[in-house]
Design a protein around this ligand. Sequence first.
Ligand code: SAH
Length: 239
Amino acid sequence: MWRAVALTLFPEMFPGPLGESLAGKALKEGVWSLEAVDIRRFAKDRHGTVDDAPFGGGAGMVMKPDVLSAAIEAVAMPRVPKVLLSPRGAPFSQARGRELAQGPGVVLVCGRFEGVDERVIEAQALEEISVGDFVLSGGEIAAMAVMDCCVRLLPGVMGEPASANEESFEDGLLEYPHYTRPASWTGPDGTERRVPEVLVSGHHGKVADWRRLQREEITRRRRPDLWARRQVAKVNDEK
Ligand code: SAH
């Protein structure tokens, strides 16, 4: 069983959306487990203090190293990566999600306030992960995003294993456009839109070619960064 542990000041936020749909079903079936541990339980005083003012001054509060470290110690498991959700972390990726999903699980430390004391990051060798170049009010939603990405990659969670391979990012390309019935649809703008002819042709080879081309064009146009990285990887492969 793949184990996810969230260290948080708001344990009641979990499983939240992860209790529904694919992830929720897998949780009930015991494919993975989720434990939300309240950091406040590890406070050293009777007021349950978990944060304090920053040395050097400035706005906001900082999560105390002693309390947070004690919480991490209590849940640490051998060979399980310890992650701190942080806007300055390495951008999270499908590739990192796949690696985490292939391991025994993950411990996710959710920051609040201005963040955590730098010394815990060092002492606990936390891997800092960001879910994007924007600021959330806490690490919980970011932790859920990481868990969700990992859980749908666990064996048996997704209906069709094949559907994972052609998805966005798996091979450096974004996904092709999808269509379903009706074959002709008139939207609120009064324009009739038909699905691309090739998709109703029944010609599997042509469908595959069309989808491939779409993926390449969409990636080149929308994500020149991904496209460039892919071209570099290709050149290296050919060497
Ligand atoms: N003062 C920080 C922001 C703190 S936000 C700064 O300027 O960078 C509070 C907490 O939310 C962080 O400690 C982190 O755990 C979480 N968080 C916010 N944005 C995030 C992001 N993009 N990715 C991952 N975690 C994030």
